[in-house]
Design a protein around this ligand. Structure first.
Ligand code: AMP
Ligand code: GLY
Length: 421
């Protein structure tokens, strides 16, 4: 079985690691991949949003299944491209088609979906350049802080939370009139601020049935105590200690079930991962956002806790046989700590030699490339060290101990993960 994985992050390395343990011993191809994925399969040097190049790779490597890691190829329509292809339409793609990928690609689309299907989320209104004055007037009617979201994909930077009214108005003008985030901010969603603690839910669906993966919590800010700039994610833990059985049931009844029913009612034929960003406000769950893929670095703690054969699980999804599958989840907790390049998420250097990769700890590489015989840094988030334990605190201790073997010039990581649990 030949599997093509699109992407080049720690998430994709983790999928390769898990798939390489499958009984079917699949051949893995990763486009474009990184130094970690190259150890488990064949990297293909193409851009995953170049749909024609993806189709060519699928043909030339006789690919049986495609797993899409990041959102960009999905929003660009990679699933539709393969499904409509004259000779490749039989190849299952794990990841939704372009229309359903709008759940991540457009905040306004996602909010309308939630409103239509009565899924709890913050109240909102959307504005464009024509209705800028209405937007400014709306800001005057709602309490601070103000949550402004660029509608489109903005590399995780499109959400602004602003405490002062005048500053919020200026930001709205910047986004709508001055196109601060380019086409992504041609529309802006203004929504109510939700005060609570966040957690992430991952549902794998074949369009009919679904399985719920272990919950996780990630740490997005660069600084300790959740301060400073947003990043792609500095670490994660699974399970989430405050997500007890009672709260999980609320998430199932109020959010997962109506989301799955909504996808069907809207005839979106969603095949892939629905990543639901949740916030617990008091005792109630609300949706902050949908993503249409697994999280990174949440994957680095979620997949190691799943005991099923991953190739069989993905194939069952692609063949719409997910109802046959029962998920087996380990009782062990997992934690991952991301080592980043000094300066990230702002400017940083690349090409620093990474040492300590040959130990037995589970290290998932992300911004790492092989140059001659040396693995060097090649991105902001360089790698993630995962550890396990009887509970999250023990898992964190194991993850930190694992990361302590690794070094590269300028390496930074957060030392306080789990501080809020
Ligand atoms: P998003 O890209 O929609 O996930 O937003 C990025 C981050 O902004 C989230 O992870 C939250 O921490 C924060 N955020 C987004 N929407 C809200 C909201 N309505 N209330 C409070 N915080 C929010
Ligand atoms: N860790 C958050 C994300 O993958 O979007």
């Amino acid at each position: 079985m030949n599997i093509l994985i699109l992407g080049n992050g720690g998430r994709e390395h983790t999928f390769c690691w898990k798939l390489s343990q499958s009984a079917q011993k699949p051949n893995l191809f990763i486009a474009p991949g990184n130094a970690g994925t190259a150890q488990l399969g064949t990297n293909i040097d193409i851009n995953p949003t170049d749909l024609e190049a993806v189709a060519t790779a699928v043909s030339s490597h006789a690919i049986d299944l495609i797993l899409v890691g990041p959102e960009a190829p999905l929003v660009a329509g990679v699933h539709d491209h393969i499904a409509n292809h004259p000779t490749l339409s039989h190849v299952p793609v794990i990841g939704p088609k372009e229309e359903a990928a709008q759940l991540e690609g457009s905040k306004a689309y996602a909010k309308a979906f939630m409103e239509r299907h009565n899924i709890p989320t913050a109240p909102y209104k959307q504005f464009d350049a024509q209705s800028l004055n209405d937007g400014l007037a709306y800001l005057e009617t709602i309490p601070a802080p103000y949550v402004l979201k660029a509608d489109g994909l903005a590399a995780g930077k499109g959400v602004l939370i602003i405490h002062e009214l005048e500053e919020a108005k200026t930001a709205l003008i910047d986004m709508l009139a001055n196109k601060k985030f380019g086409a992504a901010s041609e529309q802006v969603v203004i929504e109510g601020f939700l005060d609570g603690i966040e957690l992430s839910c991952f549902v794998l669906t074949d369009g009919e049935s679904h399985v719920t993966f272990p919950f996780a919590k990630d740490y997005k800010r660069i600084g300790e105590g959740d301060t400073g700039l947003n990043t792609g994610g500095m670490g994660a833990v699974s399970p989430v200690p405050f997500n007890d059985a009672f709260f999980k049931q609320k998430i199932q009844d109020r959010i997962i079930t109506p989301t799955m029913q909504g996808l069907k009612k809207d005839q979106l034929d969603f095949v892939g991962f629905v990543f639901i960003g949740l916030i617990r406000v008091g005792d109630d769950p609300f949706v902050i956002e949908y993503n249409v893929r697994m999280g990174d670095p949440e994957t680095q703690v979620v997949l190691p806790r799943i005991q099923n054969d991953m190739a069989a699980l993905l194939l069952a999804t692609g063949e719409k046989r997910l109802h046959e599958v029962t998920l087996q989840i380990s009782d062990q907790a997992a934690a991952t700590v991301v080592g980043v390049a000094g300066g990230y998420p702002e400017a940083y250097e690349k090409g620093k030699a990474i040492s300590g990769l040959t130990g037995d700890g589970l290290i998932f590489q992300a911004g790492a490339a092989q140059v001659d015989n040396q693995i060097v840094t090649n991105g902001g988030r360089v790698l993630a060290a995962t550890g396990f334990g009887a509970d999250v605190q023990e898992a964190l201790t194991a993850a930190y101990s694992n990361l302590s073997n690794i070094s590269f010039e300028g390496m930074y990581f957060r030392k306080d993960l789990g501080f809020d649990l």
